[in-house]
Design a protein around this ligand. Structure first.
Ligand code: MRU
Length: 361
């Protein structure tokens, strides 16, 4: 059984108001999932309104919504919204819910937050009193989904408080992929730590790995940093080592899609390379992730399922094919960074030695 709760406090309405962008929302009437379409950023801010399970599943698969916590929130809210279209007969309603959970669980395999969120939704159904009507079941799904998203925001804010003091005054911080508001229910994990450090007056600059092949760094992280007025420069992924060798990076901080019991971390492909470079150059390497990202069922990173995405993401840039017809491509979407390369893991519970996670469970 996966860990079902976080230790993050409930959010006050005032705290929620300060969070800013919330890219995954359930409409006020609970009947639609609203998503800021991340494929269109930074060129266009397009909001999708989804009401059917298949639409939600495809939005996750095609990365209209991405980032481990955001995927979990989208699945939970998407199920709650879609349940308004499920049959009125209680048995048929439950069967439709379980089929929806199964479909959503087969969208993206690596981020454990998806499975935690879906398990919470299944438990909401299981916790209904015998003979409960469908209206009661829909209300339980909705409140569970909203609670899941609020807990994620609260965890992000707490990670910011714990992690910001680790970022050195006047330092340049390297980050990889997008771990900001866009990757969560709001605020962000690793980028949330950076945002908090900036908000508390720490003078920092950010180096943003562009993050091939989907460019979450160049398109999304850079967009968030510009919006927040945090000084930032984008670099091609293969530049980080040279800049570290010149003493131009003081810390690196990234997010996580799944963390094994021994502290090994799966995150966006290229994270492992950054961690190795940090170790070689004596740069601290931090991981920030909510407790829901820790999968205590897995002994080590070798057990984490790694998503392989379509070759076309490597071959094609925009509308142009960059490789000759006839050549193949590999496209693992994530890699595993061994715990030994990680300086600290930041969660909503505090700042941890990677090897000590299991003791805190
Ligand atoms: O393929 P993506 O864009 O969903 O991958 C996202 C990442 O790897 C993030 O670093 C991770 O989910 C942490 S987000 C808070």
């Amino acid at each position: 059984m996966r860990a079902m709760s976080t230790s993050a406090p409930e959010l006050s309405p005032e705290a929620l108001a300060h969070v800013g962008l919330r890219p995954v929302l359930l409409s006020d009437d609970g009947r639609a999932l609203r998503l800021l379409d991340q494929r269109e950023l930074p060129a266009r801010e397009t909001w999708l309104t989804l009401t059917a399970v298949e639409e939600v599943a495809e939005a996750i698969e095609r990365m209209a919504v991405r980032g481990a916590p955001a995927i979990g929130c989208a699945a939970a809210m998407g199920l709650a919204a879609a349940a308004h279209g499920f049959p009125e007969d209680p048995d048929a309603f439950r069967r439709a819910c379980l089929a929806a959970i199964d479909r959503l669980a087969h969208t993206r395999p690596t981020a454990v937050n998806l499975f935690v969120a879906l398990e919470q939704m299944r438990q909401a159904l299981d916790g209904l009193a015998p003979g409960a009507d469908v209206a009661t079941a829909r209300a339980a799904l909705e409140s569970t989904a909203r609670r899941h998203a609020r807990a994620d925001i609260a965890a992000c804010l707490a990670m910011g408080e714990h992690g910001a003091p680790l970022l050195p005054e006047g330092g340049t911080i390297l980050t990889h992929c997008n771990t900001g508001a866009l990757a969560t229910a709001g605020w962000g994990t690793a980028l949330g730590v950076i945002r908090r450090a900036h908000a508390m007056g720490r003078r920092i600059r950010v180096l943003v790995d562009e993050t091939r092949p989907v460019l979450q760094g160049a398109r999304l992280t850079a967009w968030e940093l510009v919006h927040d007025g945090i000084p930032a420069e984008v670099i091609a992924d293969n530049m980080a080592g040279a800049l570290m060798a010149r003493g131009l990076v003081q810390a690196a901080i990234v997010g996580a899609d799944r963390i094994a019991r021994n502290g090994d971390v799966a995150n966006k492909i290229g994270t492992y390379t950054v961690a190795v470079l940090c170790r070689h150059h004596g740069v601290p390497f931090y991981v920030a992730a909510p407790w829901t990202t820790i999968d205590l069922e897995l002994g080590s990173g070798a057990e984490i399922p790694i998503e392989e995405r379509d070759e076309s993401e490597i071959h094609v840039h925009g509308d142009r094919r960059m490789t000759p017809i006839g050549v193949g491509a590999r496209n693992p979407a994530f890699d595993v960074t061994p715990a030994a390369l990680i300086t600290k893991i930041i969660t909503e519970r505090g700042v941890h030695e990677p090897s000590a996670l299991a003791e805190l469970a």
